[in-house]
Design a protein. Structure first.
Length: 75
């Protein structure tokens, strides 16, 4: 089942994502979903990492963490 969500992105990041989605002839939703799946595949995460409400503080979920995995940390 697909679940709609609200996602806040920096305006420049959103614009770049829209351009990339158009370039790949896909929807913005599909671009984000594929990027997230790739990131989770690289990190070995195959499900929720914590119970709902027990993750990062509200509004801090992925602050500053690029979806492409370029976090500056090792592999």
């Amino acid at each position: 089942m697909r679940t709609p969500i609200t996602l806040r992105l920096d305006a420049d990041l959103l614009a770049a994502a829209r351009v990339e989605a158009r370039r790949d002839s896909r929807t913005l939703t599909n671009l984000i979903e594929v990027a997230l799946k790739r990131h989770l595949g690289r990190t070995g995460t195959d499900g929720p990492v914590s119970a709902p409400g027990q993750g990062a503080a509200r509004g801090q979920e992925d602050a500053g963490v690029p979806l492409d995995g370029a976090s500056g940390r090792g592999p």
